[in-house]
Design a protein around this ligand. Structure first.
Ligand SMILES: Cc1cc2nc3c(=O)[nH]c(=O)nc-3n(C[C@H](O)[C@H](O)[C@H](O)COP(=O)(O)OP(=O)(O)OC[C@H]3O[C@@H](n4cnc5c(N)ncnc54)[C@H](O)[C@@H]3O)c2cc1C
Length: 394
């Protein structure tokens, strides 16, 4: 348990008051049903946080962020989760924003960072390709410099929300030869540029989150190169340390989600009373809660280490693995609790039907979409390799 200072307690109170004023019933209903916000809701939430000065909780002040400590970020995330608020959309805020303010030109910083903060730009991540996922350095999308432009040709795969994005940060090969990692550059691409074609992929949950993105002679101005040509691979390293800040907040959100499962189970009648009171179900919930509390303890330990300036080793990888596994176990339990009601989520090629409430449609969508958590952000096998290298010296 964290012991809060009076200032911290007041801060938590301020976050709760802000959430109470700002979160709409449509946002909280989706979060409580295990679903992600709609793009419109996400933009609304980002704009509201920005207006309050909280647009980028993890960014330093000089980049337009809050400058909060890891502890404040954790408290903020914990309170937002407790109020059934969503996490912020992370591709602009957590993936490309920090690279732009660390390595981008002054022109890129002043042009693009404010638009990430306000939510005016929606960013997608163009890294993965056919044959280049875990082994990302094998990517083959090429960019050739012609005058004051790069001409880009290739294909990106699994590009989340490319259909909504106004900008894509894209790893491209500008040089061949040498090591696979050298000769890769990071380009910022306006999604309206001629030559970009976005083709939807429907995932297991029958939703359209991800896409193939084809790039045919796409002209990208040279000033949209981040940092130096050929050095794009190394810029991703700045994100590694930031991962700790993100994984620390997994515990509180999982605990809140477990409360939703409990609420659902309390409404399910069995011959002997509500499902929630059934001993085997209770034992499963209790086991899950213990494991989530263990993850939470690991997050708090990481917080202490950060405050003391200690290296947490591969704890970010360990927490990513445990979070993804626990999320999958929890959504499975949630679906089991709802029984056949949970099946009513699907209509071919559509989202939840009009006669379905979020309460019944959401958990199945969350369960199916939750499969991705062990794949993206570095698959769990890759995370285990990192742990093997960093903790065991393998
Ligand atoms: C829903 C979804 C959204 C995504 N969003 C984006 C996005 O917005 N932008 C983007 O760029 N990418 C995105 N991705 C891609 C994601 O990052 C990759 O799927 C992931 O990196 C795995 O790559 P892959 O699919 O090519 O699988 P592969 O790398 O081919 O891996 C296949 C299997 O082999 C295992 N494996 C591979 N290499 C090793 C190894 N060295 N040791 C042990 N096991 C190994 C993997 O763990 C996996 O189980 C998304 C993926 C999904 C499913």
């Amino acid at each position: 348990m964290l012991k809060l200072t009076p200032e911290e307690a007041a801060f938590c109170e301020e976050v709760r008051a802000f959430c109470a004023q700002t979160l709409t019933p449509s946002i909280t209903a989706r979060v409580r049903a295990g679903m992600r916000p709609t793009p419109a809701d996400w933009l609304y939430w980002q704009a509201a946080l920005h207006a309050k000065g909280w647009g980028a909780p993890t960014w330093p002040r000089e980049a337009g962020g809050t400058g909060w400590s890891h502890r404040q970020i954790y408290l903020f995330d914990r309170e937002v989760a407790a109020c059934d608020g969503p996490p912020q959309f992370h591709q602009g805020l957590e993936l490309i924003g920090p690279i732009i303010y660390a390595f981008g030109s002054e022109a890129l910083k002043s042009r693009l960072l404010p638009r990430i903060l306000s939510g005016e730009d929606w960013w997608c991540q163009g890294y993965s390709e056919p044959g280049a996922g875990s082994d990302l350095a094998s990517l083959r999308t090429r960019a050739e410099r012609v005058g004051d432009h790069y001409v880009v040709n290739g294909q990106k795969l699994w590009t989340s929300y490319a259909q909504h994005a106004s900008m894509m940060f894209c790893l491209v090969r500008t040089e061949s030869g040498g090591s696979k990692q050298s000769g890769i550059s990071l380009l910022l691409v306006d999604m309206k540029t001629p030559g970009i074609r976005v083709q939807p992929i429907r995932t297991l949950d029958e939703q359209h989150h991800v896409n193939e993105v084809f790039l045919d002679d796409v002209h990208v101005p040279v000033e949209n190169l981040v940092g130096e040509e050929g050095k794009g691979w190394s810029y991703g390293k700045v994100l590694l340390d930031r991962e700790r800040a993100i994984t620390i907040s997994y515990g509180p959100r999982l605990l809140r989600q477990l409360a939703y499962v409990r609420e659902a189970a309390a409404q399910v009648a069995t011959p002997t009373g509500p499902l929630l009171d059934e001993p085997v179900f209770q034992a499963r919930i209790a086991q899950l809660e213990i494991e989530i509390l263990t993850l939470e303890a690991m997050g708090l330990r990481t917080l202490e280490e950060i405050q003391e300036g200690l290296d947490s080793g591969p704890r970010g990888s360990m927490m990513k693995i445990r979070w993804s596994e626990l999320l999958q176990t929890m959504t499975e339990l949630w679906v089991e609790a709802l029984g056949s009601d949970a099946e009513r989520f699907a209509r071919p090629g559509q989202g939840p039907g009009e006669d379905d409430t979020f309460e019944t449609a959401g958990p199945m969508l969350a369960y199916l979409h939750g499969r991705v958590t062990t794949i993206y952000g570095g698959s769990n096998e890759i995370q285990r390799n990192i742990i093997g290298r960093r903790a065991l010296g393998l």
